[in-house]
Design a protein around this ligand. Structure first.
Ligand code: UDX
Length: 439
Protein backbone atom coordinates (compact mmCIF):
# COMPACT_ATOMS: atom_id res chain seq x y z
CA UNK A 1 0.00 0.00 0.00
CA UNK A 2 1.06 3.53 -0.68
CA UNK A 3 -0.50 6.68 0.67
CA UNK A 4 0.04 10.42 0.56
CA UNK A 5 -0.59 12.70 3.52
CA UNK A 6 -1.33 16.30 2.56
CA UNK A 7 -0.22 18.61 5.37
CA UNK A 8 2.80 18.14 7.64
CA UNK A 9 1.07 19.64 10.67
CA UNK A 10 0.32 17.84 13.88
CA UNK A 11 -2.26 15.40 12.52
CA UNK A 12 -0.45 14.78 9.23
CA UNK A 13 2.91 14.08 10.82
CA UNK A 14 1.64 11.80 13.55
CA UNK A 15 -0.75 9.88 11.28
CA UNK A 16 1.83 9.67 8.49
CA UNK A 17 4.55 8.35 10.77
CA UNK A 18 2.17 5.85 12.39
CA UNK A 19 0.86 4.52 9.05
CA UNK A 20 4.49 4.07 7.99
CA UNK A 21 5.09 2.17 11.22
CA UNK A 22 2.15 -0.06 10.23
CA UNK A 23 4.15 -0.97 7.11
CA UNK A 24 2.60 1.37 4.53
CA UNK A 25 4.66 3.57 2.21
CA UNK A 26 3.83 7.14 3.20
CA UNK A 27 4.72 10.37 1.44
CA UNK A 28 3.99 13.53 3.42
CA UNK A 29 3.55 16.65 1.31
CA UNK A 30 3.46 20.26 2.46
CA UNK A 31 3.76 23.58 0.65
CA UNK A 32 6.11 24.90 3.36
CA UNK A 33 9.54 24.15 1.87
CA UNK A 34 11.45 24.96 5.05
CA UNK A 35 9.32 22.49 7.00
CA UNK A 36 9.93 19.73 4.45
CA UNK A 37 13.63 20.55 4.39
CA UNK A 38 13.76 20.26 8.19
CA UNK A 39 11.85 16.96 8.20
CA UNK A 40 14.20 15.52 5.59
CA UNK A 41 17.04 16.46 7.90
CA UNK A 42 15.33 14.64 10.77
CA UNK A 43 14.14 17.78 12.55
CA UNK A 44 10.54 17.67 13.81
CA UNK A 45 8.78 21.06 13.89
CA UNK A 46 6.56 20.13 16.87
CA UNK A 47 7.16 18.56 20.25
CA UNK A 48 5.37 15.25 20.63
CA UNK A 49 6.85 12.45 22.74
CA UNK A 50 8.20 9.59 20.58
CA UNK A 51 7.50 11.27 17.25
CA UNK A 52 11.14 12.06 16.45
CA UNK A 53 12.16 8.43 16.86
CA UNK A 54 9.23 7.15 14.81
CA UNK A 55 9.94 9.59 11.97
CA UNK A 56 13.66 8.86 12.01
CA UNK A 57 13.27 5.06 11.91
CA UNK A 58 10.62 5.00 9.21
CA UNK A 59 12.45 7.57 7.10
CA UNK A 60 15.65 5.52 7.40
CA UNK A 61 13.81 2.38 6.30
CA UNK A 62 12.45 4.27 3.29
CA UNK A 63 8.77 3.96 4.23
CA UNK A 64 8.37 7.63 5.11
CA UNK A 65 9.31 10.39 2.65
CA UNK A 66 8.72 14.13 2.48
CA UNK A 67 8.12 16.39 -0.48
CA UNK A 68 6.71 19.75 -1.55
CA UNK A 69 5.62 18.25 -4.87
CA UNK A 70 1.98 17.18 -4.63
CA UNK A 71 2.04 15.38 -7.98
CA UNK A 72 4.96 13.25 -6.87
CA UNK A 73 3.22 12.40 -3.59
CA UNK A 74 -0.09 11.47 -5.20
CA UNK A 75 1.37 9.39 -8.05
CA UNK A 76 0.53 5.73 -7.50
CA UNK A 77 -1.16 6.33 -4.13
CA UNK A 78 -4.02 4.04 -3.04
CA UNK A 79 -5.27 6.72 -0.67
CA UNK A 80 -4.60 10.41 -0.14
CA UNK A 81 -5.33 11.88 3.28
CA UNK A 82 -6.14 15.54 3.75
CA UNK A 83 -4.63 16.72 7.02
CA UNK A 84 -4.50 20.43 6.34
CA UNK A 85 -5.55 23.04 8.89
CA UNK A 86 -9.17 24.09 9.48
CA UNK A 87 -8.73 27.20 11.65
CA UNK A 88 -11.66 29.23 12.97
CA UNK A 89 -12.74 31.65 10.27
CA UNK A 90 -12.48 35.27 11.30
CA UNK A 91 -15.78 36.91 12.12
CA UNK A 92 -18.26 34.04 12.24
CA UNK A 93 -16.66 31.15 14.14
CA UNK A 94 -17.13 28.70 11.27
CA UNK A 95 -14.28 26.40 10.33
CA UNK A 96 -12.26 27.83 7.45
CA UNK A 97 -12.25 25.20 4.71
CA UNK A 98 -10.20 27.06 2.11
CA UNK A 99 -7.22 24.74 2.56
CA UNK A 100 -9.29 21.57 2.48
CA UNK A 101 -11.07 22.48 -0.75
CA UNK A 102 -7.92 23.72 -2.46
CA UNK A 103 -6.04 20.56 -1.51
CA UNK A 104 -8.93 18.33 -2.69
CA UNK A 105 -8.91 19.98 -6.10
CA UNK A 106 -5.14 19.77 -6.43
CA UNK A 107 -5.13 16.10 -5.49
CA UNK A 108 -7.86 15.30 -7.99
CA UNK A 109 -5.96 17.09 -10.74
CA UNK A 110 -2.69 15.40 -9.83
CA UNK A 111 -4.14 11.87 -9.49
CA UNK A 112 -2.77 9.32 -11.95
CA UNK A 113 -4.96 6.38 -10.90
CA UNK A 114 -8.19 5.63 -8.96
CA UNK A 115 -7.73 6.44 -5.29
CA UNK A 116 -9.59 7.22 -2.07
CA UNK A 117 -9.48 10.83 -0.98
CA UNK A 118 -9.80 10.78 2.80
CA UNK A 119 -10.51 13.80 4.96
CA UNK A 120 -8.66 13.56 8.25
CA UNK A 121 -8.85 17.23 9.20
CA UNK A 122 -11.81 18.02 11.46
CA UNK A 123 -14.40 19.42 9.07
CA UNK A 124 -18.03 20.45 9.50
CA UNK A 125 -20.80 18.14 8.45
CA UNK A 126 -21.34 18.46 4.72
CA UNK A 127 -17.70 19.02 3.81
CA UNK A 128 -17.33 15.47 2.47
CA UNK A 129 -20.13 16.10 -0.03
CA UNK A 130 -18.46 19.33 -1.14
CA UNK A 131 -15.16 17.53 -1.55
CA UNK A 132 -16.95 14.92 -3.65
CA UNK A 133 -18.36 17.61 -5.94
CA UNK A 134 -14.98 19.29 -6.29
CA UNK A 135 -13.36 15.99 -7.21
CA UNK A 136 -16.08 15.03 -9.71
CA UNK A 137 -15.73 18.39 -11.40
CA UNK A 138 -11.93 18.36 -11.48
CA UNK A 139 -11.59 14.74 -12.71
CA UNK A 140 -14.88 13.48 -14.11
CA UNK A 141 -13.25 10.49 -15.79
CA UNK A 142 -11.27 9.10 -12.86
CA UNK A 143 -12.68 6.80 -10.15
CA UNK A 144 -11.75 8.85 -7.12
CA UNK A 145 -13.86 7.97 -4.08
CA UNK A 146 -14.25 10.15 -1.01
CA UNK A 147 -14.16 9.18 2.66
CA UNK A 148 -14.06 10.73 6.11
CA UNK A 149 -11.72 9.35 8.76
CA UNK A 150 -11.59 11.73 11.72
CA UNK A 151 -8.73 11.49 14.19
CA UNK A 152 -9.10 11.47 17.95
CA UNK A 153 -5.44 12.01 18.87
CA UNK A 154 -4.55 13.82 22.04
CA UNK A 155 -1.46 15.95 22.00
CA UNK A 156 1.22 14.50 24.22
CA UNK A 157 -0.01 10.94 23.75
CA UNK A 158 -0.81 11.05 20.05
CA UNK A 159 1.30 8.07 19.01
CA UNK A 160 -0.18 5.78 21.65
CA UNK A 161 -3.65 7.04 20.69
CA UNK A 162 -3.02 6.24 17.02
CA UNK A 163 -1.55 2.80 17.70
CA UNK A 164 -4.17 1.79 20.29
CA UNK A 165 -7.30 3.83 19.55
CA UNK A 166 -10.66 3.27 21.25
CA UNK A 167 -12.18 3.10 17.77
CA UNK A 168 -11.60 3.97 14.13
CA UNK A 169 -14.42 5.89 12.45
CA UNK A 170 -14.73 5.62 8.67
CA UNK A 171 -17.41 7.46 6.70
CA UNK A 172 -17.96 6.46 3.09
CA UNK A 173 -20.25 7.11 0.13
CA UNK A 174 -23.23 4.87 -0.56
CA UNK A 175 -22.92 1.87 -2.84
CA UNK A 176 -19.96 0.47 -4.71
CA UNK A 177 -17.80 3.59 -4.30
CA UNK A 178 -18.20 3.30 -0.55
CA UNK A 179 -17.27 -0.37 -0.60
CA UNK A 180 -14.05 0.47 -2.43
CA UNK A 181 -13.08 3.21 0.01
CA UNK A 182 -13.83 0.97 2.95
CA UNK A 183 -11.73 -1.87 1.59
CA UNK A 184 -8.68 0.40 1.20
CA UNK A 185 -9.07 2.00 4.63
CA UNK A 186 -9.61 -1.33 6.36
CA UNK A 187 -6.40 -2.61 4.79
CA UNK A 188 -4.52 0.45 6.06
CA UNK A 189 -5.79 -0.11 9.59
CA UNK A 190 -5.36 -3.89 9.47
CA UNK A 191 -2.66 -4.00 12.20
CA UNK A 192 -5.34 -2.79 14.63
CA UNK A 193 -7.35 -6.00 14.11
CA UNK A 194 -4.78 -7.78 16.26
CA UNK A 195 -5.81 -5.71 19.24
CA UNK A 196 -9.49 -5.86 18.30
CA UNK A 197 -10.07 -2.16 17.78
CA UNK A 198 -13.70 -1.55 16.71
CA UNK A 199 -14.01 -0.08 13.22
CA UNK A 200 -17.18 1.92 12.80
CA UNK A 201 -18.19 2.22 9.15
CA UNK A 202 -20.92 4.72 8.45
CA UNK A 203 -22.07 7.54 6.19
CA UNK A 204 -19.71 10.45 5.61
CA UNK A 205 -22.02 12.95 7.38
CA UNK A 206 -22.21 10.71 10.42
CA UNK A 207 -18.44 10.30 10.63
CA UNK A 208 -18.02 14.05 10.43
CA UNK A 209 -20.54 14.62 13.20
CA UNK A 210 -19.08 11.92 15.48
CA UNK A 211 -15.87 13.88 15.75
CA UNK A 212 -17.61 17.13 16.72
CA UNK A 213 -20.07 15.44 19.05
CA UNK A 214 -17.28 13.58 20.86
CA UNK A 215 -15.14 16.68 21.36
CA UNK A 216 -18.11 18.81 22.41
CA UNK A 217 -19.22 16.16 24.88
CA UNK A 218 -15.78 16.08 26.48
CA UNK A 219 -15.74 19.88 26.65
CA UNK A 220 -19.14 19.79 28.37
CA UNK A 221 -17.88 17.15 30.79
CA UNK A 222 -14.85 19.23 31.80
CA UNK A 223 -16.94 22.38 32.12
CA UNK A 224 -19.47 20.53 34.24
CA UNK A 225 -16.87 19.42 36.76
CA UNK A 226 -15.34 22.91 36.76
CA UNK A 227 -18.67 24.39 37.81
CA UNK A 228 -19.16 21.67 40.41
CA UNK A 229 -15.67 22.54 41.73
CA UNK A 230 -16.74 26.14 42.27
CA UNK A 231 -19.77 24.89 44.16
CA UNK A 232 -17.56 22.55 46.22
CA UNK A 233 -15.59 25.55 47.41
CA UNK A 234 -18.74 27.23 48.64
CA UNK A 235 -20.13 24.22 50.49
CA UNK A 236 -16.91 22.65 51.77
CA UNK A 237 -16.96 19.59 49.52
CA UNK A 238 -13.96 18.05 47.74
CA UNK A 239 -14.27 17.95 43.94
CA UNK A 240 -11.72 15.18 43.74
CA UNK A 241 -13.97 12.83 45.67
CA UNK A 242 -17.08 14.11 43.90
CA UNK A 243 -15.46 13.30 40.54
CA UNK A 244 -14.37 9.90 41.77
CA UNK A 245 -17.76 9.13 43.21
CA UNK A 246 -19.44 10.15 39.97
CA UNK A 247 -16.89 8.50 37.72
CA UNK A 248 -17.16 5.09 39.33
CA UNK A 249 -20.61 4.96 37.77
CA UNK A 250 -19.81 3.19 34.52
CA UNK A 251 -22.34 5.32 32.67
CA UNK A 252 -20.37 8.45 33.56
CA UNK A 253 -16.78 7.23 33.53
CA UNK A 254 -13.81 8.61 35.44
CA UNK A 255 -11.93 10.37 32.68
CA UNK A 256 -12.19 14.07 31.87
CA UNK A 257 -13.53 14.97 35.29
CA UNK A 258 -10.42 16.81 36.41
CA UNK A 259 -11.30 20.34 37.48
CA UNK A 260 -8.97 23.08 36.30
CA UNK A 261 -8.64 26.57 34.83
CA UNK A 262 -10.75 25.76 31.76
CA UNK A 263 -10.01 23.72 28.65
CA UNK A 264 -7.83 24.99 25.83
CA UNK A 265 -5.87 23.50 22.97
CA UNK A 266 -6.19 23.25 19.24
CA UNK A 267 -9.42 21.23 19.22
CA UNK A 268 -11.99 21.83 21.94
CA UNK A 269 -12.37 25.62 21.62
CA UNK A 270 -12.36 25.52 17.81
CA UNK A 271 -14.58 22.47 17.43
CA UNK A 272 -17.21 23.48 19.98
CA UNK A 273 -17.52 26.85 18.27
CA UNK A 274 -17.79 25.31 14.80
CA UNK A 275 -20.41 22.81 16.01
CA UNK A 276 -22.45 25.57 17.64
CA UNK A 277 -22.38 27.60 14.40
CA UNK A 278 -23.34 24.65 12.19
CA UNK A 279 -26.18 23.73 14.54
CA UNK A 280 -27.47 27.32 14.56
CA UNK A 281 -27.36 27.45 10.76
CA UNK A 282 -29.29 24.20 10.56
CA UNK A 283 -31.96 25.45 12.95
CA UNK A 284 -31.06 22.80 15.55
CA UNK A 285 -29.02 24.80 18.06
CA UNK A 286 -26.90 22.94 20.62
CA UNK A 287 -27.57 25.19 23.60
CA UNK A 288 -25.59 23.04 26.01
CA UNK A 289 -22.50 23.47 23.88
CA UNK A 290 -23.11 27.20 23.44
CA UNK A 291 -23.29 27.57 27.21
CA UNK A 292 -20.16 25.48 27.68
CA UNK A 293 -18.23 27.80 25.38
CA UNK A 294 -19.35 30.88 27.31
CA UNK A 295 -18.70 29.31 30.72
CA UNK A 296 -15.22 28.15 29.71
CA UNK A 297 -14.25 31.54 28.27
CA UNK A 298 -15.43 33.30 31.42
CA UNK A 299 -13.55 30.80 33.58
CA UNK A 300 -10.15 31.70 32.17
CA UNK A 301 -10.74 35.36 32.98
CA UNK A 302 -11.97 34.41 36.47
CA UNK A 303 -8.72 32.57 37.10
CA UNK A 304 -6.77 35.82 36.79
CA UNK A 305 -9.15 37.50 39.23
CA UNK A 306 -8.69 34.58 41.60
CA UNK A 307 -4.92 35.16 41.57
CA UNK A 308 -5.41 38.85 42.27
CA UNK A 309 -7.80 38.08 45.14
CA UNK A 310 -5.36 35.53 46.62
CA UNK A 311 -2.71 38.27 46.60
CA UNK A 312 -4.91 40.45 48.81
CA UNK A 313 -6.80 42.26 46.07
CA UNK A 314 -3.86 43.71 44.18
CA UNK A 315 -0.83 42.38 42.34
CA UNK A 316 0.63 45.82 41.55
CA UNK A 317 4.37 45.75 42.20
CA UNK A 318 4.26 42.06 43.10
CA UNK A 319 6.22 39.27 41.49
CA UNK A 320 4.17 36.29 40.39
CA UNK A 321 5.78 33.02 39.40
CA UNK A 322 3.83 31.06 36.79
CA UNK A 323 4.44 27.32 36.43
CA UNK A 324 3.39 26.08 33.00
CA UNK A 325 2.14 28.05 29.98
CA UNK A 326 1.06 25.42 27.46
CA UNK A 327 -2.60 24.34 27.35
CA UNK A 328 -1.61 20.99 28.85
CA UNK A 329 1.60 19.08 29.64
CA UNK A 330 3.78 17.14 27.17
CA UNK A 331 3.23 19.61 24.37
CA UNK A 332 4.62 22.98 23.30
CA UNK A 333 1.18 24.00 22.02
CA UNK A 334 -0.06 27.35 23.32
CA UNK A 335 -3.32 27.52 21.38
CA UNK A 336 -6.16 28.80 23.57
CA UNK A 337 -4.13 28.06 26.70
CA UNK A 338 -5.53 29.62 29.91
CA UNK A 339 -2.12 31.32 30.30
CA UNK A 340 -2.97 33.53 27.30
CA UNK A 341 -5.77 35.10 29.36
CA UNK A 342 -4.30 34.90 32.87
CA UNK A 343 -0.76 36.19 32.24
CA UNK A 344 -1.68 39.36 30.25
CA UNK A 345 -4.27 40.25 32.90
CA UNK A 346 -1.67 39.95 35.70
CA UNK A 347 0.82 42.06 33.74
CA UNK A 348 -1.88 44.65 33.06
CA UNK A 349 -2.70 44.73 36.78
CA UNK A 350 0.91 45.69 37.50
CA UNK A 351 2.52 42.34 38.35
CA UNK A 352 5.96 41.22 37.31
CA UNK A 353 5.50 37.74 35.87
CA UNK A 354 8.29 35.16 35.99
CA UNK A 355 7.17 32.17 33.95
CA UNK A 356 8.63 28.74 33.40
CA UNK A 357 7.43 26.09 30.98
CA UNK A 358 9.47 22.96 30.17
CA UNK A 359 8.67 23.09 26.42
CA UNK A 360 6.43 26.04 25.65
CA UNK A 361 8.65 29.11 26.04
CA UNK A 362 9.48 29.55 22.35
CA UNK A 363 5.81 29.34 21.36
CA UNK A 364 4.71 31.47 24.31
CA UNK A 365 7.07 34.38 23.79
CA UNK A 366 5.35 35.96 20.76
CA UNK A 367 1.90 35.34 22.25
CA UNK A 368 2.42 36.85 25.72
CA UNK A 369 3.25 40.45 26.76
CA UNK A 370 6.87 41.47 26.18
CA UNK A 371 7.27 42.27 29.89
CA UNK A 372 7.08 38.58 30.91
CA UNK A 373 10.35 37.09 32.19
CA UNK A 374 11.14 33.53 31.20
CA UNK A 375 12.95 31.56 33.88
CA UNK A 376 15.37 28.71 33.22
CA UNK A 377 13.78 26.37 35.73
CA UNK A 378 10.79 26.15 38.05
CA UNK A 379 12.88 27.12 41.06
CA UNK A 380 14.39 30.01 39.14
CA UNK A 381 10.87 31.29 38.40
CA UNK A 382 9.90 30.96 42.07
CA UNK A 383 12.99 32.84 43.26
CA UNK A 384 11.84 35.90 45.22
CA UNK A 385 8.20 35.61 44.04
CA UNK A 386 5.34 36.86 46.18
CA UNK A 387 2.94 34.31 44.77
CA UNK A 388 3.09 31.17 42.69
CA UNK A 389 0.43 30.09 40.20
CA UNK A 390 0.48 26.61 38.72
CA UNK A 391 -1.30 26.68 35.33
CA UNK A 392 -0.16 23.46 33.61
CA UNK A 393 0.39 20.14 35.37
CA UNK A 394 3.85 19.19 34.03
CA UNK A 395 5.23 16.24 35.99
CA UNK A 396 8.37 18.05 37.02
CA UNK A 397 6.27 20.48 39.08
CA UNK A 398 4.90 17.58 41.11
CA UNK A 399 8.41 16.50 41.98
CA UNK A 400 9.48 19.79 43.60
CA UNK A 401 10.16 19.65 47.33
CA UNK A 402 7.56 21.95 49.00
CA UNK A 403 10.00 23.32 51.58
CA UNK A 404 12.59 24.18 48.96
CA UNK A 405 9.98 25.87 46.85
CA UNK A 406 8.73 27.89 49.80
CA UNK A 407 12.30 28.88 50.75
CA UNK A 408 12.96 30.19 47.23
CA UNK A 409 9.98 32.54 47.42
CA UNK A 410 9.48 35.83 49.22
CA UNK A 411 5.74 35.40 49.73
CA UNK A 412 3.65 32.40 50.70
CA UNK A 413 0.72 32.40 48.26
CA UNK A 414 0.35 29.25 46.17
CA UNK A 415 -2.50 28.87 43.69
CA UNK A 416 -2.63 25.39 42.31
CA UNK A 417 -5.10 25.61 39.42
CA UNK A 418 -4.60 21.93 38.49
CA UNK A 419 -4.83 20.34 41.95
CA UNK A 420 -1.43 18.65 41.64
CA UNK A 421 -0.20 19.26 45.18
CA UNK A 422 -1.29 17.78 48.47
CA UNK A 423 -2.95 20.58 50.45
CA UNK A 424 -1.67 19.26 53.80
CA UNK A 425 1.93 19.03 52.61
CA UNK A 426 1.81 22.50 51.12
CA UNK A 427 0.37 24.05 54.27
CA UNK A 428 2.94 22.19 56.35
CA UNK A 429 5.65 23.76 54.17
CA UNK A 430 4.29 27.20 55.08
CA UNK A 431 2.21 28.02 52.03
CA UNK A 432 -1.14 29.76 52.00
CA UNK A 433 -2.40 27.14 49.58
CA UNK A 434 -5.48 27.29 47.36
CA UNK A 435 -6.58 24.78 44.76
CA UNK A 436 -9.70 24.18 42.70
CA UNK A 437 -12.75 22.82 44.47
CA UNK A 438 -10.99 21.37 47.50
CA UNK A 439 -11.50 22.53 51.08
C1 UDX B 1 -8.55 16.68 22.36
C2 UDX B 1 -9.31 15.34 22.34
O1 UDX B 1 -9.08 14.63 23.55
C3 UDX B 1 -8.92 14.53 21.14
O2 UDX B 1 -9.68 13.35 21.09
C4 UDX B 1 -9.15 15.37 19.89
O3 UDX B 1 -8.78 14.67 18.74
C5 UDX B 1 -8.38 16.67 19.98
O4 UDX B 1 -8.76 17.37 21.15
P1 UDX B 1 -6.16 17.56 23.11
O5 UDX B 1 -6.64 18.91 22.71
O6 UDX B 1 -4.80 17.14 22.68
O7 UDX B 1 -7.17 16.43 22.57
O8 UDX B 1 -6.14 17.51 24.69
P2 UDX B 1 -6.97 16.86 25.87
O9 UDX B 1 -6.06 16.01 26.66
O10 UDX B 1 -8.21 16.26 25.42
O11 UDX B 1 -7.25 18.16 26.78
C6 UDX B 1 -7.97 19.28 26.27
C7 UDX B 1 -8.12 20.34 27.30
O12 UDX B 1 -8.98 19.94 28.35
C8 UDX B 1 -6.81 20.75 27.99
O13 UDX B 1 -6.78 22.15 28.13
C9 UDX B 1 -6.89 20.07 29.32
O14 UDX B 1 -6.13 20.73 30.32
C10 UDX B 1 -8.36 20.13 29.61
N1 UDX B 1 -8.84 19.07 30.52
C11 UDX B 1 -8.85 17.77 30.13
C12 UDX B 1 -9.30 19.41 31.78
O15 UDX B 1 -9.29 20.59 32.17
N2 UDX B 1 -9.77 18.44 32.59
C13 UDX B 1 -9.82 17.13 32.22
O16 UDX B 1 -10.28 16.30 33.01
C14 UDX B 1 -9.34 16.79 30.93
Amino acid sequence: MRIAMVGAGYVGLVSGACFAEFGTDVCIVDTDASKIEALRGGRIPIYEPGLDKLVEENARDGRLTFTTDLEEAVRGADAVFLAVGTPTRRGDGHADLTYVYAAAEQVAKAASNPLVLVTKSTVPVGTGQQVLEIVRKARPGLAITVASNPEFLREGSAIGDFMRPDRVVIGVEEGEAGERSLAVLKRLYRPLNLIEVPILATRIETAELIKYAANAFLAVKITFINEIADLCEKVGADVHDVARGMGLDGRIGRKFLHAGPGYGGSCFPKDTLALARTAQDQGAPVKLVETTIAVNDARKAQMAERVIAACGGSVAGKTIAVFGLTFKPETDDMRDAPSLVVVPRLVEAGATVRAFDPQGTAMARPMLPGAVHYARSALDAAEGADALVLLTEWNEFRALAPKRLRAAMRGDVLLDLRNVYDPEAMRAAGFRYQSIGRP
